[in-house]
Design a protein around this ligand. Structure first.
Ligand code: NAI
Length: 478
């Protein structure tokens, strides 16, 4: 008889491994299937998914290294510190990043053992359904068929590639290749001024690359609050990122010397960008093509996503759920994690709930960009009466001391009830500062609630309080 489980999770990324742990905590007999070995020297499947292996965590390691380099090379003098001949050993930087990834993936293996989760090494696909549950075929080291009463699909996404731009992850790279360059390219091209393009473009710019970003849309960071996008564009341009908006990519030719990208600029003029390497970061597509969903009567939508109930992540097959990048909503690790916890708790008969409006977004540039809730342009489009409050880091003593005076916090509150509707930050440590806003919004706080809470002085968090007070024109230090 095949192995039987209460819950089988397909995919061990942040959505899947967290779902498996929460389900195990709740007393279920759990298995989690994973097939992707990434760069594992022994070809063993690695836990942690895109986020841990080739996404959030390795990119943040490189962002930290490149920021240290940039500070040492260019900003220590402001503090009276002289550092001569600052250089970067890119191979060592990449090895440090790899060590962090290895440590973290090992950590998830430990958590699986601790929670008695069976790891099935191999690719899982549906084979059918019997009275005992769903039959799922595993191809790989743990080949065979397992049976599970409930299945959580958490197979994530892969980089979208463009037709006629073949990604070899040597010269033309997606997020995977761009994290393992052996040296800083002299000239780097990036297609797509989204999250990945800006983060990885920033890494290599700080290390000395001449970076040009080509973006199809006429506006910069169209999904962010306009004031934040404008400030970020100004700061990134000042740092030396060349951001060309409204372009149309034409022929891309590779040679031994590098890559040549023909494009039409916003004025309709033909241009060519020659560079050593090119990063293609134009979004991601869900990994749903090899799951044999037909076997259980499931169909994906026209973009490859699995349709699910908006509140429960249930698919139309009873007992089968889908979470994270394979379903609607933002492709964010923390959104996938929360959906994983939610589904495990639903299976246990609990009544969890996710407020998708309170999911924070972060772009890890320098300064960072973070937001939660509605943008000003969304509130205008909805015709909602709101009051904005904005406060700059340039008026915050801690920020000045840190040499982090760029940016601001902007709070948008309901004009009648004072409820916080959105918070937008461009600043150093915006990724941490936004958590206060997410907590406040989950508790339906008013701007006055944040204004009345004692914030530590001196700290960057005081800017959040001042911006909240500014919604009633009560900022104290401006
Ligand atoms: P993205 O959706 O953030 O940005 C893609 C950009 O490429 C868009 O601005 C789009 O207009 C542009 N584009 C699309 N086709 C184009 C073309 N033919 N020519 C020029 N520009 C074109 O996608 P990205 O940066 O690839 O990231 C993928 C996903 O990964 C995102 O959904 C993001 O949420 C997630 N991610 C999140 C991170 C974070 O939370 N900090 C970090 C990295 C990725």
């Amino acid at each position: 008889m095949s192995q039987q489980f209460d819950v089988l999770v397909i995919g061990a990324g942040p959505g899947g491994y967290i779902a498996a742990i929460r389900a195990a905590q709740l007393g279920f007999k759990v298995a989690c299937a994973e097939s992707n070995a990434y760069d594992d020297p022994k070809g063993e499947p690695r836990l942690g998914g895109t986020c841990l292996n080739v996404g959030c965590i390795p990119s943040k390691a490189l962002l930290a290294s490149s920021e240290e380099f940039e500070n040492a090379a260019h900003h220590l003098a402001d503090h009276g510190i002289s550092a001569k001949d600052v250089s970067i050993d890119v191979k060592k930087m990449v090895a440090r990043k790899d060590e962090i990834v290895t440590k973290m993936t090992g950590g998830i293996q430990f958590l699986f053992r601790k929670n008695k989760i069976t790891l099935l090494k191999g690719h899982a696909s549906f084979a059918g359904k019997t009275a005992e549950g769903y039959q799922v075929k595993i191809d790989g080291k743990d080949a065979g068929t397992v049976t599970a009463k409930n299945v959580i699909i958490a197979t994530g996404s892969k980089a979208r590639h463009l037709p006629n731009i073949p990604v070899d992850n040597e010269i033309i790279c997606d997020n995977e290749g761009a994290l393992k360059f052996g040296a800083t390219p002299k000239k780097l091209g990036v297609i797509g001024a989204g999250v990945i393009g800006l983060e990885l473009g920033s890494v290599w710019r700080r290390l000395g690359a001449d970076v040009t970003i080509l973006e199809a849309l006429p506006g910069f960071l169209a999904a962010t609050d306009e004031a934040v996008a404008k400030e970020a564009h100004k700061l990134f341009t000042k740092q030396g990122l060349k951001i060309n908006l409204g372009v149309k990519i034409g022929e891309v030719k590779t040679s031994k010397k590098g890559v040549s990208i023909a494009y039409t600029d916003a004025d309709g003029k033909a241009q060519t960008l020659d560079c050593d390497r090119l990063i293609v970061s134009v979004g991601r597509v869900p990994n749903t093509d090899k799951l044999n969903l037909d076997a259980i009567g499931l169909k994906v939508d026209e973009r490859g996503f699995i349709p699910v109930d908006n509140h429960t992540c249930a698919t139309s097959a009873a007992g089968v759920y889908a979470i994270g990048d394979v379903v609607r909503g933002p492709m964010l690790a923390h959104k996938a994690e929360d959906e994983g916890v939610m589904v495990a708790e639903i299976l246990a008969g609990q009544k969890p709930h996710i407020d998708y409006n309170c999911i924070p977004w972060v772009i890890y540039t320098s300064p960072e960009i973070a937001w939660v809730g509605k943008t000003e342009q969304q509130l205008k489009a909805e015709g909602r009466a709101y009051k904005p409050g904005q406060f700059p880091f340039a008026a915050n003593g801690r920020a000045l001391g840190m040499g982090a005076a760029d940016g601001f916090v902007k709070v948008l509150a309901d004009a009648n009830t004072d409820e916080i509707l959105g918070v937008h930050i461009v600043a150093a440590a915006a990724s941490d500062l936004i958590a206060e806003a997410a907590v406040a919004m989950e508790f339906k706080a008013a701007a006055e609630d944040i204004g009345r809470v004692c914030h530590p002085h001196p700290s960057l968090s005081e800017v959040m309080r001042e911006a909240a007070l500014a919604t009633d024109k009560r900022a104290l230090n401006m």
